[in-house]
Design a binder for this molecule. Structure first.
Ligand code: NAD
Length: 511
């Protein structure tokens, strides 16, 4: 039994996929995979509808988009039920990782957009200021393809969609085939808020549909998912000279310094390794703890992990593994660690009695050559390696192909910031983790193989538009000094500018 399995094609010849819940592995529905023709048709409709949407003021769009918060709140029980069925995440995680951030993102961006996307004058620097003016206008790109993964299917669909809509684009969302209905709720809520049907659409399907969308003639792709797929999408976008943001996988390091609050660090290590059953792109995937406090730290982690409740019910801390495919990766990484000498302190086993579960697991005596410290595991595992110094922890944290996020745990925040500056990651938290994506002001994006571009921060919102500079002449004279015909005077004036503006201390007034 697989969570996603191919069914016989429909009478129209389209591929169908059957879905099971990771809770109990019972059938929960099916989707028909959108073909390249379906994608082309959706893009055509989106292009027509986008014109009227873009013609509205940004204030008008923001007022409509903001009403999606009301729709989310009104439907929260249904959204949670869908999320629970499709992912098996706990109710607390449905609220904490999906409903709450989705409301926050929609509210934040719709409040920010009227200011951040407003036409404005930008002051020119000294040398040009007397001659020209500059105005900036944000022009929508057109139709944006948003392709999302299964681990945060509602909030990760809502965030880029809200930003792209606010900037005046139409959006075609291609959710993961594992969690199609959870993501489709985002689209329903935008429709209920008043966004016209063809301005925001959902396309069900798997990689075939995603690939058709990327090649279908849209104007930007916002992709969240694995490095493997992200690389293919990056290549396809490059071939079309089309902008894209790629939010990819990670192997986030947690550095526990000798002066850390050990209890907070231990609780933080467990929570941020296990949250969402460990299936968080910026979850803690590897812990480096300095030797001096390692005994105490590991003892506290052991107590915490031993106390965790997992299973399909409402009264648990850790839910299901959302996709059985992920179970194979988790099993493989733990087995590799065991063979190479790691200690499995707790857990280390699959449990399929009531669905797709992996027991909350603690590994110690872990070393840096193990796959559990090098490849994204995406499972409920806290893996701890002891290090001789903070410098060694920084070196190991940086010894990775990934660079999504990281965390430093110390009572000395200034030292934490110094360490943060040395870590090769797109974002760093101090005395917390798994947080940066949830801070919309923070320009969240990965380094190295973890991605390209950022999904939050003002730059992210503006990246759904073309930032159009309009340069305006101030004086309207018949001719500029440096236009034809070139004369001795032309050259002399240019040389004077060089000599007296840039060749003296006066140049500081012209910057
Ligand atoms: P995935 O790459 O397998 O799939 C992501 C999406 O891409 C799905 O909708 C899938 O159907 C689609 N897809 C697959 N092949 C495609 C193709 N050739 N062309 C276009 N689309 C295609 O990823 P996943 O397994 O769904 O998600 C888990 C991954 O996502 C993890 O690596 C995780 O770290 C990452 N992730 C990153 C972030 C972030 O913000 N950096 C957030 C969440 C998840």
């Amino acid at each position: 039994m697989a969570i996603v399995e191919a069914l016989a094609p429909g009478s129209d010849g389209r591929r169908r996929l059957g879905l099971r819940s990771p809770l109990g592995e019972t059938p929960i529905g099916e989707i028909t995979v959108a073909t390249a023709d379906d994608v082309a048709d959706a893009i055509r409709r989106a292009r027509v509808a986008q014109k009227a949407w873009a013609a509205r003021t940004v204030e008008d769009r923001a007022a409509i988009v903001n009403r999606a918060v009301d729709a989310i709140l009104a439907h929260q029980e249904d959204i949670i039920a869908t999320l629970r069925a499709e992912t098996g995440k706990t109710r607390a995680e449905c609220v904490f990782m999906e409903i709450l951030p989705a409301c926050d993102f929609v509210n934040y961006w719709s409040m920010k957009a009227p200011k951040d996307l407003a036409d404005h004058k930008r002051k020119l620097h000294g040398y040009l200021r007397p001659l020209k003016r500059l105005e900036i206008v944000y022009r929508p790109l057109g139709v944006v393809g948003v392709i999302t993964p299964w681990n945060g299917p509602f909030s990760l669909a809502t965030n880029p969609t809200a930003q792209a809509l606010l900037a005046g684009n139409a959006v075609l969302l291609k959710p993961s085939e594992v969690t199609p209905e959870s993501s489709a709720w985002a689209i329903r809520c935008f429709h209920e808020a008043g966004v016209p049907k063809d301005v925001v659409q959902v396309l069900y399907g798997d990689g075939e549909t995603g690939a058709a969308l990327v090649r279908g003639g849209v104007d930007k792709i916002s992709f969240t998912g694995s490095v493997r797929t992200g690389t293919k999408i990056g290549i396809a976008c490059a071939e079309q000279l089309m902008p894209c943001t790629l939010e990819l996988g990670g192997k986030d390091a947690m550095i526990v310094c000798a002066d850390a609050n050990v209890e907070r660090a231990a609780r933080g290590a467990v929570f941020n390794s296990m949250l969402n059953t460990g299936q968080v792109c910026m979850g803690v995937e590897r812990v480096y703890v300095v030797e001096e406090i390692a005994d105490e730290f590991e003892r506290m982690v052991r107590e915490q992990v031993a106390a965790l409740r997992y299973g399909p019910g409402e009264d648990v801390d850790v839910g299901a593994v959302f996709w059985d495919k992920q179970l194979d990766i988790i099993r493989h990484h733990v087995e590799d660690a065991r063979k190479r000498g790691a200690t499995i302190d707790i857990g280390g086993e699959i449990d399929r009695t009531h669905g797709v579960f992996y027991k909350p697991t603690m590994l110690t005596n872990v070393t840096h050559d193990m796959e559990i410290m090098r490849e994204e595991t995406f499972g409920p595992i806290v893996a701890i390696q002891r290090v001789g110094s903070e410098a060694e922890a920084i070196r190991l944290a940086n010894d990775s192909e990934y660079g999504l996020s990281a965390s430093v745990w110390t009572k000395d925040v200034e030292k934490g910031i110094r360490i943060a500056k040395q870590i090769e990651a797109g974002s760093v938290c101090i005395n917390d983790a798994t947080l940066a994506y949830g801070v919309p002001e923070a320009p969240f994006g990965g380094l190295k193989k973890s991605g390209l571009g950022s999904v939050n921060g003002t730059g992210a919102l503006r990246s759904y538009s073309h930032e159009l500079p309009i340069v305006i002449d101030r004086w309207g004279l018949d001719k500029e000094d440096h236009w034809y015909p070139f004369t001795d005077k032309t050259l002399r004036n240019l040389e004077y500018t060089l000599k007296y503006v840039f060749g003296t201390k006066l140049r500081r007034f012209f910057s």
